[in-house]
Design a protein around this ligand. Structure first.
Ligand SMILES: [Zn+2]
Length: 404
């Protein structure tokens, strides 16, 4: 399996590089204009239409192809937005940028890129980047330059890990819960919420009546908030993935498609609640876990919305519906087992279980090889023909054959 990720660093560009970045931006915009006027968005037809048009731009020819490809990407995402019915303006590249996968070299701790006829520019790599690239099995696929950052896309072949179990991951505003029937670990993210609240109060405390300065300050503090929250999340997801790898368990995630639709204006929620929920990047945890797992060959199972429906309110043991006592707490009561359980813990266990059913199924016909190390069926009574929702869900899952 081919795993990809990128490594990013800061650098200080020379004037030639800055000129090249701006030239690339203008070429992308030219291609976008051509694509819009001819109503094409595929790479091939855009190439045919615009390659000649780019003749006048004094850039190495390899960048022209990359500019066309970049424009095709922008046009394709515009088309997608239109199809989904979002309000869409005509796209226009504003930030100076250069992406290329051709004619670059990495040697002696430097990145060498062509900037003109027989002219090259070298950019020193930082210690961290050099360390990442010192792995001889990986390949550098492309580089991206902005006015301040250099990022390299790298890939390597990884062997997929044979898993013997699954861990479910449940994402919430204040924590990341991961585990299965045996152990459940909660990673506290309430710090991120606090950071967000502090940022909001700091920004609203600026009283100067100058919109531009206000905006700049808000941006600065927003950036800081994002960095700090991301750091928290990175630590949590790293630990989850490494733990799962050591225990040889596949990671199971629930689908978060359409989560933004839950917190919109007119949904009878308070303004601050909506702000809180929309401020939290739900997708970040998922994408971090996915790329970190892919990089070490750990399988990830992604459950659909239907499969995870009601996972936080059904007892993992007998499929009984859990009751809350009406107070806004995260604890729920199961009347059959006579215990109080945390709803996030229940969700993680149920997600892990759903994922294991899917995972076992996807191995399916190769089951003979598995007899030596059978996956433990920890929960008795799940397969009993109880007409609960959970039993129904697992029934539909067993009959479906899709797998990841
Ligand atoms: Zn129960």
């Amino acid at each position: 399996m081919l795993a990809k990720k990128s490594v990013k660093q800061n650098y200080s560009p020379s004037t030639e590089v800055l000129e090249l970045l701006d030239l690339f931006r203008r070429m992308v915009n030219r291609c976008i204009v051509i694509g819009l006027s001819q109503n094409v968005s595929s790479l091939k037809s855009l190439c045919l239409l615009s390659y000649r048009e780019l003749k006048g731009y004094p850039s190495p020819s390899c960048y022209k192809l990359c500019a066309i490809s970049r424009a095709a990407g922008i046009l394709a995402s515009r088309k997608k937005s239109l199809r989904r019915g979002f309000a869409t303006k005509s796209p226009y590249a504003v930030k100076p940028l250069l992406i290329s996968c051709y004619n670059f070299k990495i040697q002696n701790g430097h990145l060498q890129i062509p900037i003109g006829r027989k002219a090259y520019e070298t950019i020193p790599l930082t210690k961290h980047t050099a360390l990442v690239l010192s792995d001889k099995t990986l390949r550098v696929r492309s580089f991206t330059l902005t006015a301040t950052t250099l990022s390299l896309c790298i890939s390597k072949e990884v062997v997929t890990l044979e898993c013997t179990g699954t861990v479910g991951v449940d994402r919430n505003l204040r924590n990341l819960t991961c585990g299965d029937e045996e152990t459940v670990i909660q990673y506290d993210l309430s710090m991120a919420v606090e950071i967000a609240n502090t940022t909001v109060s700091i920004v609203s405390s600026f009283k100067r009546n100058d919109r531009r300065i206000g905006q700049r300050l808000a941006m600065k503090y927003g950036k800081r908030r994002q960095n700090r929250a991301l750091n928290l999340l990175h630590n949590a997801t790293k630990s989850i993935v490494h733990r799962a790898f050591e225990e040889k368990k596949a990671v199971v995630l629930e689908s978060i498609r359409g989560i933004r639709r839950l917190y919109r204006k007119g949904n009878w929620q308070g303004k601050s609640f909506r702000g809180r929920m929309n401020g939290w990047s739900f997708g970040k945890a998922q994408s971090q876990i996915e790329y970190k797992a892919a990089w070490i060959g750990l399988p990830v199972v992604r459950l659909s919305r239907r499969e995870t429906f009601g996972t936080s309110s059904i007892c993992p043991k007998y499929g009984e519906r859990l009751q809350s006592d009406g107070r806004p707490r995260r604890a729920l009561r199961c009347w059959k087992c006579e215990i109080w359980v945390d709803r996030d813990v229940v969700a993680a266990i149920n997600i892990s279980r759903c994922g294991r059913l899917r995972f076992d199924r996807s191995k399916g016909e190769a089951a003979e090889a598995l007899i030596g190390n059978p996956t433990p069926t920890v929960i008795p009574g799940v397969d009993a023909s109880k007409p609960t929702h959970l039993a129904k869900v697992s029934g539909t899952m067993l009959s479906s054959t899709d797998h990841h």
